[in-house]
Write a protein of this length. Structure first.
Lengths: 143, 198
């Protein structure tokens, strides 16, 4: 790559070991999916909130951990990460918006809607991070 | 590590950046489909919801099974340049088609389940709906955390002047394995959906 891209500088090994961002993101997504399934399984009645709130907290903590881990990666292609991430965020904002619309349309209200909205927000943020990370990890950091 | 040294023979010829990662021409069709789903939900239009759910679900299941069990194994046996050529045409389309039909199927399906009373915990078929939520949840985690990121990363790798054969092979393997797993999960979906309407 260095020969083909003279402005890129010394390129990092494109398949160098990376921290488990994908695995942590997948674990966060499992918590979100479990929380949404638990709540949706009780709709249109009210679901007990303790389980979804606990899952929401774990999912949020895992995404926070991912953000910290990402920020500590040396020689990472941040420009590519942001480029891919912002478009993926737009796409998943549309998808999350549609799911939110379905919940509101089905008269989900109050604390239950708040928990589901928070889960959708985490989902909307998580997927773009995973896509952008997978793309950026194979890109030259200087680009 | 010099990437050019890792590139598989013929890869540099096959992998010219002559394609778009997101086929922009398809975006109006996606917008139209999603608008149709929103209208069907807003109007509680039974036919519209069933149409969106059956068409979307049929395509989703069919594509997952076909990719997982037919295209995937064939792709695994092709030469690297042939895989690259195929991927350049196939992956951008999948990037638009799959999220659209998944959203269409799930949004419409949830409304149908509500209309039919399957969401009611006292409904004898409620457990099947919850089972479908679980299957969809597993597929969502696999597809969104592993399959789709691999799909996008392959496309970015293919646009490089000297794509890395090792990176492409690794990502394609990940794509094919995850497509196979979602294919298996789709068999469970078929069982659940046929149980629900029987």
């Amino acid at each position: 790559m260095a020969a083909a891209e003279p402005h890129a500088g010394p390129a990092p090994d494109p398949i160098r070991p990376m921290p488990p961002v994908t695995e942590i993101g997948a674990a966060s997504m499992i918590c979100i999916a479990a929380g949404v399934i638990f709540t949706a399984a009780h709709l249109p009645a009210r679901a007990p909130l303790a389980v979804p709130v606990a899952l929401l907290a774990v999912a949020a903590a895992l995404q926070l951990l991912n953000a910290v881990i990402l920020s500590r990666i040396d020689a990472f292609a941040w420009s590519r990460f942001l480029q891919v991430g912002k478009w993926a965020l737009l796409a998943y904002a549309v998808i999350a918006g549609m799911i939110e619309y379905a919940f509101v349309y089905d008269h989900t209200r109050g604390s239950q809607l708040a928990v589901l909205t928070a889960m959708l927000a985490l989902f909307m943020l998580n997927v773009p991070v995973l896509i952008a990370f997978t793309v950026a990890r194979y890109q030259s950091a200087a680009r | 590590m010099a990437v050019a040294a890792q590139a598989a023979p013929g890869l540099d010829q096959a992998a010219r950046p002559d394609f778009r990662i997101v086929p922009v021409k398809g975006l109006p069709i996606v917008a139209l489909i999603l608008a149709g789903v929103i209208v069907a939900i807003a109007r509680d239009a039974r036919w519209g919801l069933v149409f969106c759910h059956v068409v979307g679900g049929g395509l989703w299941t069919g594509i997952d099974l076909f990719v997982g069990f037919v295209v995937g194994p064939i792709l695994g046996r092709l030469s690297i340049p042939a895989r690259v050529e195929f991927s350049k045409k196939f992956m951008p389309m999948m990037l638009l088609i799959m999220p659209t039909i998944v959203t269409m199927t799930l949004a419409a399906g949830f409304q149908i389940a509500r209309q039919d009373g399957f969401l009611d915990t006292s409904n004898p078929k409620h457990a099947w709906v919850v089972a479908s939520f679980i299957v969809v949840g597993i597929m969502a985690v696999i597809a969104l955390a592993y399959l789709e990121p691999a799909n996008v990363a392959v496309l970015f790798e293919l646009r490089k002047p000297n794509p890395n054969g090792e990176v492409i092979a690794g990502l394609m393997k990940r794509f094919m394995y995850t497509a196979g797993i979602t294919g298996v999960m789709q068999v469970a979906t078929l069982v659940i959906m046929t149980k629900l309407v029987s």
